[in-house]
Design a protein around this ligand. Sequence first.
Ligand code: ATP
Ligand code: MG
Length: 375
Amino acid sequence: MVIDYMLKTALKMIKTIEDHGFQAYIVGGFVRDYLLGIPSNDVDIATSATPKDLKHLFQDACLSNDDYGSITVIFKNIHFEITTFRKELSYKDNRRPDQIIYIDNLKEDLKRRDFTVNTICMDQKGNIVDLLGGCEDLQKKIIRSVSDPFVLLEEDVLRILRAVRFATTLQFELDDTLKEVIKAKKYLLSRLSLNRKKEELDKIFSSPFAMRGIALLKELGLDKELSLIKIYQVKPCSQVIGIWAMLEVDDIYPFTRNEKTLMEEIRQVLDSPLSFSNLYHYGLYPCVVAAEIKDIDKKKVNEAYLALPIHRRKDLAITTKELLNYLEVKAGPFLKPLYQELEELVLTRQVKNEKELLLEKGKELFGKLERDDNK
Ligand code: ATP
Ligand code: MG
């Protein structure tokens, strides 16, 4: 979505909240990305209004609210995640706060956040409000923790992967202390659910700078903690599924059945993405992904695919029924291999895909089969 349109809509949104007597600021990813000239998908807002106030304010547009004092509102097709200023008192399972209190102070709210570049705010007039040095780190391209990183990562271990994600997608460096603490605390990752790990890894691997993320995961020694044993064999690939295929963690992380099939196909095709047989049997996509991994020009794969004499079984110029009629025999176990042989002959251009020719060839092969049987 166009950045200016989002900004205008977001400013309108916080004005609406402020007009009802509350404080409200745009915060987090949208402001960070706006300053970097990167489009965002959604907008986070921090406000002194409580979820109850907000539900009252946005009765129709309110989508949901969670137990942590956050509501989602859709306004002009944009997702707004509106969160009440809060202090987090205690955490459970190294993941989420289990006790929060609402407060009336922006700065206090910003202090419970993860990284300084995620604390930059914008007020209803579009002014930048930078209370914790976020702009300086944005300029220096540094991911630095807002508070003591030792405590920050212990409270919520997801922050380790968020740090790697932001360093990857924004092409920033991790602050040295944060880096050291990540190394010291990486064992806590075992407490994080596979779903949450995969969500963050998906964001890292689908970034145009995925290889930077992969290098960082290796440097920080997170590969073992994340069961990414094959990370050293990963080659650049713009398709996230291609990266997962190289990592061979199909049975560790949650994937759909289709994704598992696709990853298996990509691996099967890797030996020879341009072969007739692979292009025909697996289709274009796994071959394109495998070609990219092998650094073969995608255009060549597309051309080879388009040049296939047939693209699917039903493109073959005869049906099994026509073949049986022509041979004047009933179906039997011979039919499938015979038909497949004709398909292979057409695919490899040994026989043209024409009905007469295929029927004749079918007859010849069938005759040979019968002769072999009688021997
Ligand atoms: P993006 O939306 O691009 O993924 P974001 O920084 O906006 O990045 P969100 O998950 O939308 O991330 O969270 C919004 C803001 O809430 C963050 O910018 C950060 O200030 C704060 N935040 C989110 N998750 C955490 C966390 N696990 N610990 C501390 N603060 C967090
Ligand atoms: Mg966000």
